[in-house]
Design a protein around this ligand. Structure first.
Ligand code: DQA
Length: 147
């Protein structure tokens, strides 16, 4: 069974209490459970991780590249300014889908640009935690294309 890394950047460990009017009330554990259930239906396993630390996130992206693991990534605020994360993701060896819980395009101007989008296969944004589930479906489709 293929494993998909579901990587989450800064402040996403606080889902549930973080600006619930923007991000909803589901916790990261709820996201983990929903992803595991959706992945099982797709014949996939998920390994969901979260960090507030850019270097830890880069290490996970390097691990994914070395092990040819597909990635669903919510880069959180790193989306908008981390060229280091963008460069790490450019080395990817398997599908990558960028996700956002909110719709950054409908929010403050600084959220309108993603430095990640150009190195991803695609982006799912604005559907709450369902964005992750749609991204897993997209990953399954992309891996089907590869096989
Ligand atoms: C986010 C959107 C980002 O702009 C923000 O910095 C986040 C969360 C989202 O999932 O909607 O931390 O990636």
């Amino acid at each position: 069974m293929r494993t998909v890394l579901v990587l989450n950047g800064p402040n996403l460990g606080r889902l549930g209490s973080r600006e619930p009017e923007v991000y909803g009330t589901a916790t990261l554990d709820d996201v983990r459970a929903a992803c595991a259930a959706a992945a099982a239906e797709l014949g996939l396993a998920v390994d969901l991780r979260q960090t507030d630390d850019e270097s830890e996130l880069l290490a996970w992206v390097h691990e994914a590249a070395d092990q040819r693991l597909p990635v669903v990534l919510n880069p959180a605020a790193f989306t908008h300014y981390s060229y280091a994360l963008r460069d790490a993701l450019a080395m990817r060896t398997a599908p990558l889908v960028e996700v956002h819980i909110s719709n950054p395009a409908a929010r403050e101007g600084f959220r309108h640009n993603s430095v990640i989008a150009a190195v991803a296969d695609g982006t799912v944004a604005g559907f709450g935690i369902a964005s992750y589930l749609l991204a897993l479906r997209a990953i399954a489709g992309l891996m089907g294309d590869d096989d």
